[in-house]
Write a protein that binds this ligand. Structure first.
Ligand SMILES: [Zn+2]
Length: 243
C-alpha cells in the first residue's frame, strides 16, 4: 500500500503489469530517450510501440510539453534494458530501479540543455519520494556501479549497447536546490504504520527531509497532491538519508 507513491501524481496512466524486483537495498533512476519526435501527443505512440515490443519503461516524459504517462508501478520492474547475462537481470536490481524515457532523441541532448525540461520539478520530487539519491553514477557499464543507488543511463547499463539518453547536465538538473525558492517542489511522506510525517525538500543532491514541524510542512500538507503514503521501509530509508 503506497498510494500516491506507486503512481506519480498528475501523470496519465496506461497500466501494464511489471516484474518483481530482486530487492537489494538499491534505489535508482535510469534515463532513456525514445528516439522519436516530441510533438504534442507523440508520447502515446511511444507507449503503444514499447507495449508491442514488451520493452516498457515505468514512465514516459515529454520535456517539451510536460506530458507524463506512467505504464508500470514504481515498485515493480520495467523491461527496457537487456539482461547482462542469463543470470544478471539488469531491470530487476534493487528495490527501486525507475526507468524514465524522455520522449525525444539522444542527438537533441534533451537532458543537457536541448529541451526546456517542462515538468521536471514534479518528476524530481516524485523520484526523491522513493528515496533515490541524486548521485551521478554515469560513466561506465560496470556492475558495481550499476548496483549503486543514484542516477543512471541506459548508456551505462551492464551488457547493453545503447547510448541513450546522451549526456546529462547534472548542474542543470540537480544542482539548483529548489527548496530554497518560494514555491519549490515538496512532497510530504507519511509513514503508513505510524502516521509520522516528514517534508521532503531538496538540498543539493539528495531529497532531504526538513523535519516534522515547519511552516513549509504545513503549506505542503494543504495540498493533498503533495502527500505520499509510504511503507515503513521507504520512510526509514528517506529519513536515514536525511541524516
Ligand atoms: Zn534506452
Amino acid at each position: 500500500m503506497m498510494s500516491g507513491n506507486e503512481w506519480m501524481p498528475g501523470a496519465a496512466r496506461d497500466p501494464v503489469t511489471g516484474g518483481t524486483m530482486e530487492g537489494q537495498p538499491l534505489r535508482s533512476v535510469v534515463w532513456h530517450t525514445s528516439e522519436s519526435g516530441h510533438e504534442p501527443g507523440a508520447i502515446r505512440g511511444v507507449a503503444s510501440w514499447v507495449k508491442q515490443q514488451g520493452s516498457e519503461y515505468h514512465l514516459l516524459w515529454n520535456p517539451w510539453t510536460g506530458e507524463l504517462l506512467q505504464l508500470i508501478a514504481a515498485s515493480q520492474s520495467a523491461r527496457a534494458l537487456r539482461n547482462a547475462s542469463a543470470g544478471y537481470r539488469t531491470n530487476r536490481k534493487g528495490t527501486r530501479l525507475i526507468q524514465v524515457c524522455v520522449v525525444g532523441r539522444t542527438a537533441e541532448r534533451p537532458l543537457a540543455g536541448g529541451s526546456p525540461l517542462i515538468g521536471w520539478d514534479g518528476l524530481r520530487a516524485w523520484l526523491a519520494s522513493h528515496g533515490i539519491p541524486e548521485t551521478d553514477r554515469t560513466g561506465s557499464r560496470g556492475r558495481a556501479r550499476w548496483e549503486s543507488s543514484g542516477v543512471h543511463r541506459h548508456a551505462d547499463a551492464p551488457g547493453n549497447d545503447h547510448t541513450d539518453p546522451g549526456p546529462i547536465d547534472f548542474a542543470r538538473l540537480y544542482g539548483n536546490p529548489p527548496a530554497a525558492q518560494e514555491g519549490a517542489p515538496m512532497i510530504v511522506i507519511r509513514n503508513e504504520n505510524s502516521g509520522t510525517q516528514w517534508l521532503v525538500a531538496f538540498h543539493g543532491r539528495a531529497g532531504i527531509a526538513n523535519g516534522s514541524d515547519s511552516e513549509q510542512l504545513r503549506k505542503a500538507l494543504a495540498d493533498p497532491m503533495h502527500v505520499a503514503v509510504v511503507s515503513q521501509g521507504t520512510y526509514d530509508a528517506i529519513v536515514a538519508a536525511a541524516g
